[in-house]
Design a binder for this molecule. Structure first.
Ligand SMILES: C[S@@+](CC[C@H](N)C(=O)[O-])C[C@H]1O[C@@H](n2cnc3c(N)ncnc32)[C@H](O)[C@@H]1O
Length: 181
C-alpha cells in the first residue's frame, strides 16, 4: 500500500488516515473485500493496494449531498467518472465501483471475506448496514467514523450486542470486528 502516493495523486481526497488504512490492511486477505461508501474511491483503492489478490467492490448511490453540491474539503463534486479514473490509475487488485444503495445491493449477495462500513452515518443506516454486513462477511468487518462527530455510529456501536462479532482492533476512528469461531 502506498498511502502518500495515493493521497498526492487521487482526484478528490482519501477519507481515511494512514493509521486507519494500515489497521485495515492488517486484516485484508486474498478474498473479496466489499466497501459501503465510495466517495472518491480512496479507501477502496488503498484496500486494493494492500491485497495481494482478490477483488474489491465498492458501493455508493452517488446521488445526494456532496455528489450534488461539492465536497467542502476539496471544493469540487465527486462523480462516477472521476471514481473510475482514480481506480484505473491507482488501484492494486481489481476494483469495481457500483452505483447503488448498500442494503439493496448487498442483501443476498455472495459472501465476502472482509467488509468496510463507511456510508450513511445515521443510526438507522449504520444499523441496517451492520445487519446486512454480518450476514455476508466471513472474516472481518471494519467500521469507520466511530467518533464524537458521528453520533449515530458511536451510539449504534456502543449499544451493539452481537455474540458472533467482537472488537479485535482499532486505529483512529476505524474499528475492526472479527468473527468468533
Ligand atoms: C465518508 S464518505 C466515504 C469515504 C470513503 N470510504 C473514503 O474513505 O475514501 C461516505 C459515502 O457514503 C455514501 N453513502 C451514503 N448513503 C449510502 C448508502 N446507503 N449506501 C452506500 N453508500 C452510501 C455517500 O454518498 C458518501 O459518498
Amino acid at each position: 500500500m502506498n498511502y502518500e502516493r495515493t493521497v498526492n495523486s487521487i482526484i478528490g481526497r482519501v477519507g481515511i488516515t494512514k493509521a486507519e488504512a494500515e489497521v485495515m490492511a492488517k486484516y485484508l486477505d486474498d478474498g473479496l473485500h466489499i466497501e459501503i461508501g465510495t466517495l472518491w474511491g480512496g479507501s477502496a483503492i488503498l484496500a486494493s493496494q494492500a491485497k495481494p489478490g482478490g477483488k474489491v467492490v465498492t458501493v455508493d448511490p452517488m446521488n445526494s449531498g456532496w455528489w450534488l453540491s461539492q465536497d467542502p474539503v476539496v471544493g469540487i463534486a465527486p462523480s462516477h467518472e472521476i471514481v473510475n479514473l482514480n481506480i484505473e490509475r491507482l488501484s492494486g487488485c481489481p476494483v469495481q465501483s457500483v452505483k447503488g444503495y448498500s442494503t439493496e445491493y448487498l442483501r443476498g449477495h455472495e459472501p465476502c471475506s472482509t467488509l468496510l462500513i463507511d456510508g450513511d452515518h445515521s443510526y438507522e443506516a449504520i444499523r441496517a448496514d451492520w445487519f446486512v454486513a454480518r450476514e455476508i462477511a466471513e472474516s472481518y468487518i471494519f467500521v469507520h467514523d466511530y467518533d464524537e462527530l458521528h453520533e449515530g455510529v458511536l451510539r449504534f456501536i456502543d449499544e451493539l450486542e452481537d455474540y458472533t462479532w467482537y472488537r479485535v482492533d482499532q486505529a483512529g476512528s476505524m474499528l475492526v470486528f472479527g468473527r468468533h469461531d
